[in-house]
Design a binder for this molecule. Structure first.
Ligand code: HEC
Ligand code: HEC
Ligand code: HEC
Length: 459
C-alpha cells in the first residue's frame, strides 16, 4: 500500500516539477507567425509576435506541437486544447490579412477580455509552462494595439476620444447620403410591385413599426409561402460584415437582389420588376434623374441599400450612458450591463450594432442542437456558404440594438421572450446559468438598447 502511495506521490511530483522544469529548459515550442510582421499601428508587431509565440499553437490547426505531444496521455490533452482553442478563436484566420486589414472586432474583444481577466493561457497549461504567460510588456503591447485598431477602424463618429477604444460603440446619426436616392430607395422598399402579385414589399417582412422585422417565427411570402428562418431587423444592418444569418450576401445591395426573386418571398424576377416599374413613366423619369444608367436591377438595389444605410437608431438610453450621461441607465440596467461584460456577451455582441461583426457557433459551451432536436436546413449556418465543416452551426451574431422590439429570437425563433433568449445565451454561449434576478437585470439592460428613428423612440 505504502509503496503504491509513494509511487503516486513520485509521479505527482514529477508532473508538478520535473516536466515544468524540462519545459523551462527546452523552451516553449516554436510559435506561429500571425499576419505580417511589418507595418501596423503602435504595438502591432510586438502584439503579433507575442500572441503568435505564447498563444498561437493552441489557436490554429496548423500549430507546432511540442515533443511530448506524441505521448499517449499528453497527446489527447494537447489535441483537445488545440481543437477547442481553435474553435473558440482561430488566430491565424483572424490575423490572415493583418495589418493591411484590421483584425475583426469580435477577435479583438475576445483577446482583450482574456488578457484583462487573466484566463489565458489556461491554468493547467501554465502549471506545465512556467514561462507561458504574456509578460506585462507583452500585455501592454497587445492592449495598446487593440485600442489603436479600434480607434482607427471601428470607432463610431458619435464617440468622444476616450470612447473610441471601447468594445461597444454608440450608434451614430444616419449619414447624409444623396437625398434623392434615399427617397427612391424608401419608395422601392415600400413598393409591392417588387413582388409577383403586387401583394408584398420589403416592409411587409421588415416593418419599421415592428422593430424592422415581422415579429413572426418565420415570414410569409407571396401566396402564403412560409420561410424557414426568422427575419432579422433591417435597423443598423449597415454595420454588419455581411447580410443574412449565414452571411451569403456581401452587402446591403447584394442582399436586396435576393428577396424579389425568391419563390417563397416575393416570387417575382428582376426582368419582370424592371418591366413593371418602367411602365410607370413618372417613376422612371425620377429614377433616371438619379441614375443615368436607368432602371436596372443593380440601380434598384443600390437605391434600396442607400435608403437602408439611413435606417440607424441612435440615442438609446445605453448610448446616452456611454456618452457620459450616468443617469440615463437605471440601477437595474447598470447591473445588467455589468453582467453583460462579465459573462463575455460583449465579446460576440461587439461594435456599434452589438453584433453583426463575426460568425459564431450557436452552442459553444453546450450542444444547443442536440438539446433542441431535429435539424433543419436553416441550422447549417455559415458552413452552407463556406462548405467548411468547421463553420457548421455558426451564424452571424445578430445585432442587439432594439432587441426588446424584435421577438421571437434566434434563427429558429426558439425563444419567445427576451428572458428566455438571455437564459439560452447564458447556457449555450457563456456557460453560466442566470438566476431570475440576473436574468431580469440583463433584460433591463437589453431594453435600454432601443433607439430612435427620425428623432422618435421606436415602439
Ligand atoms: C494550451 C493551449 C492554449 C494556449 C497556450 C492559449 N489558449 Fe486560448 N484557449 C484555449 C482553449 C482550450 C480555449 C477554449 C476555452 C477554454 O477551454 O477555456 C481557449 C479560448 C480562448 C479564447 C476565447 C475566449 C472567449 O471567451 O471567447 C481566447 C480569446 C483565447 N483563448 C486567447 C488566448 C490568448 C490571448 C492566449 C495567449 C496569451 C491563449 N489563448 C493561449 C487554449 C489555449
Ligand atoms: C417574405 C418576407 C421577406 C421579404 C418580402 C423580404 N425579406 Fe428581408 N429577410 C427575410 C428573412 C426571412 C431574412 C433572413 C433570411 C436568411 O438569413 O437566410 C431576411 C434578411 C434580410 C436582411 C439581412 C439582415 C441581417 O441581419 O442579415 C436584410 C438587410 C433584408 N432582409 C432586407 C430586405 C429588403 C431590402 C427586402 C426587399 C427587397 C426584403 N428584405 C424583403 C424576410 C423577408
Ligand atoms: C460566442 C458568441 C456569443 C456570446 C458569448 C453571446 N452571444 Fe448572444 N448570440 C450569438 C449568436 C451566434 C446568436 C444567434 C444564435 C442563433 O440564432 O441561433 C446570438 C443571439 C442572441 C440573442 C437573440 C437576438 C435575436 O435577435 O435573435 C440575444 C438576446 C443574445 N444573443 C444575448 C446574449 C447575451 C445576454 C449574452 C451573454 C450572456 C450573449 N448573447 C453571449 C453569439 C453570442
Amino acid at each position: 500500500m505504502k509503496k503504491v502511495a509513494l509511487i503516486i506521490v513520485g509521479i505527482v511530483i514529477a508532473i508538478a516539477v520535473v516536466f515544468p522544469v524540462i519545459n523551462l529548459v527546452v523552451g516553449l515550442p516554436k510559435g506561429i507567425v500571425l499576419g505580417s510582421h511589418t507595418g501596423g499601428p503602435e504595438g502591432y508587431v510586438a502584439a503579433a509576435q507575442a500572441l503568435g509565440q505564447k498563444c498561437g499553437n493552441c489557436h490554429t490547426a496548423q500549430g507546432n506541437l511540442p515533443f511530448y505531444a506524441s505521448l499517449p496521455l499528453a497527446s489527447s490533452l494537447v489535441k483537445g486544447d488545440i481543437q477547442k482553442g481553435t474553435e473558440w478563436l482561430d488566430m491565424v484566420a483572424a490575423f490572415a490579412k493583418a495589418p493591411a486589414e484590421p483584425v475583426c472586432e469580435a477577435a479583438l474583444a475576445k483577446i482583450e477580455k482574456t488578457i484583462l481577466d487573466g484566463s489565458m493561457p489556461p491554468h493547467r497549461y501554465l502549471a506545465m509552462h512556467w514561462d507561458g504567460a504574456l509578460t506585462s510588456d507583452e500585455k501592454q503591447a497587445v492592449l495598446s494595439w487593440i485600442h489603436q485598431v479600434r480607434a482607427a477602424h471601428y470607432a463610431s463618429p458619435a464617440s468622444s476620444d476616450n470612447l473610441k477604444t471601447a468594445v461597444i460603440q454608440p450608434v451614430p446619426q444616419p449619414p447624409k447620403l444623396d437625398a434623392k436616392k434615399v427617397a427612391l430607395g424608401n419608395r422601392l422598399y415600400h413598393d409591392t410591385r417588387l413582388s409577383k402579385d403586387n401583394s408584398i414589399s420589403c416592409a411587409s417582412c421588415h416593418d419599421l413599426k415592428k422593430g424592422g422585422c415581422d415579429l413572426e417565427p418565420v415570414s410569409t411570402g407571396v401566396g402564403g409561402a412560409k420561410g424557414g428562418i426568422n427575419a432579422p431587423t433591417v435597423f443598423n444592418a449597415a454595420f454588419h460584415i455581411a447580410q443574412f444569418w449565414d452571411g451569403r450576401a456581401a452587402d446591403l445591395a447584394a442582399q436586396a437582389a435576393g428577396p424579389p426573386a425568391n419563390p417563397i418571398e416575393m416570387a417575382s424576377s428582376w426582368p419582370e420588376i424592371v418591366q413593371k416599374l418602367s411602365a410607370d413613366a413618372t417613376f422612371k423619369a425620377e429614377f433616371e434623374a438619379s441614375y443615368p444608367g436607368g432602371l436596372t436591377q443593380e440601380n434598384i438595389c443600390d437605391a434600396i441599400a442607400t435608403y437602408e444605410k439611413t435606417l440607424l437608431t441612435p440615442n438609446s438610453d445605453f448610448d446616452k450612458f456611454l456618452l457620459g450621461n450616468e443617469s440615463a441607465l437605471g440601477d437595474v440596467a447598470k447591473k445588467g450591463h455589468a453582467l453583460f461584460v462579465k459573462h463575455d456577451c460583449a465579446t460576440c455582441h461587439a461594435g456599434i450594432a452589438m453584433g453583426g461583426r463575426s460568425f459564431e457557433k450557436m452552442g459553444r459551451t453546450a450542444d444547443y442542437f442536440a438539446d433542441r432536436g431535429k435539424l433543419t436546413d436553416a441550422d447549417t449556418g455559415r458552413a452552407g456558404v463556406t462548405k467548411n465543416d468547421a463553420d457548421k452551426h455558426k451564424f452571424k451574431v445578430p445585432t442587439l440594438r432594439n432587441v426588446a422590439l424584435t421577438a421571437p429570437y434566434f434563427h429558429d425563433a426558439s425563444a419567445k421572450t427576451l428572458a428566455e433568449a438571455v437564459q439560452t445565451m447564458g447556457k449555450y454561449q457563456s456557460g453560466t446559468s442566470f438566476s431570475p434576478l440576473e436574468t431580469a437585470q440583463l433584460v433591463s439592460f437589453l431594453e435600454s438598447l432601443t433607439g430612435e428613428l427620425d428623432g422618435k423612440k421606436l415602439q
